[in-house]
Design a protein around this ligand. Sequence first.
Ligand SMILES: NC(=O)c1ccc[n+]([C@@H]2O[C@H](COP(=O)([O-])OP(=O)(O)OC[C@H]3O[C@@H](n4cnc5c(N)ncnc54)[C@H](OP(=O)(O)O)[C@@H]3O)[C@@H](O)[C@H]2O)c1
Length: 289
Amino acid sequence: MRMKILLTGGSGLFGQAFIDLVEKTSYEIYATYNRSPLDFENAFQIDITDAIKVKQLIEKIKPDVIIHAAAFTNVDRCEIEKEKAYEINAKATENIAKVAKEINAKLIYISTDYVFDGKKGMYKEEDETNPVNYYGVTKLEGEKAVTKNCSDFIIARTSVIYGANKKNFATWVIEELKKDNQIKIITDQWVSPTLNRDLAEQIYKLIEKDERGIFHTAGGERVSRYDFVIKLAEVFGFDKKLVSPVISENMDWIAKRPRDSSLDVSKISNIKAPYKLREALYLLKERIK
Ligand SMILES: NC(=O)c1ccc[n+]([C@@H]2O[C@H](COP(=O)([O-])OP(=O)(O)OC[C@H]3O[C@@H](n4cnc5c(N)ncnc54)[C@H](OP(=O)(O)O)[C@@H]3O)[C@@H](O)[C@H]2O)c1
């Protein structure tokens, strides 16, 4: 029997890369989307806040593994639309965790570096969580619902996902630099940028090895946003002088951001080594032309 995987958030940045990867394997993949239709035969439109429909869909498919990646990911909007953020990121996750338990499926919850306050950086899986914005609060509630309701679970925390198939920070930078536009990038925020394909490969390996527990599944290097953009400009051959360094005080963000939410990836490295930043950027370049 082929192993069945059900992925929520199939139309997202991570989801699309995961489908691309798993379609080439022996696993049977089913995916959900909400507002962005997915051109894929095993795709289902569903709003994950509709608990009854979600339960019915899971019970119909009976997956061996559920990867729950759908989320309200706009950090500033989460600060304004708190109720919606809680419904999608916390409540819907609790419902999925309960149904996963009922049907004995493994649950993989894609979480975030924003569960940390950013005072320390290079966070390990067991470090204390303390979110500084509402998005982080709701994703941490999601984590708690998973640990409370399931025994066979993985919480996979990642950081600044980028890729070729959907608008994101990296594609915005590429578009601007291509047009020779000057861009301002902050120097005082550190993250572990993660190529969506890298995250997909890490999650795939975790399934293959039937791992459990918390994993930091992110890119292989801690960098400031500014250094990330400079490296990207080098790999793509853009003029680095177009990138002006600024500090985060100059940004008119609604939500507070952790200063250094970079993730220590030693644990996942024993299972699948994350790509080094330059390597990942070359893979991105191959996809972008
Ligand atoms: N992006 C990052 O930098 C980042 C960093 C750390 C952690 N994460 C986590 O990684 C996971 C994947 O992120 P991503 O960047 O791939 O996401 P994304 O590109 O922002 O896409 C979000 C996904 O969630 C779906 N979704 C949102 N609200 C929904 C609802 N009410 N019902 C059903 N589906 C809904 C969207 O569906 P439609 O588009 O079809 O509406 C889409 O598939 C998320 O759990 C996120 O919290 C992301």
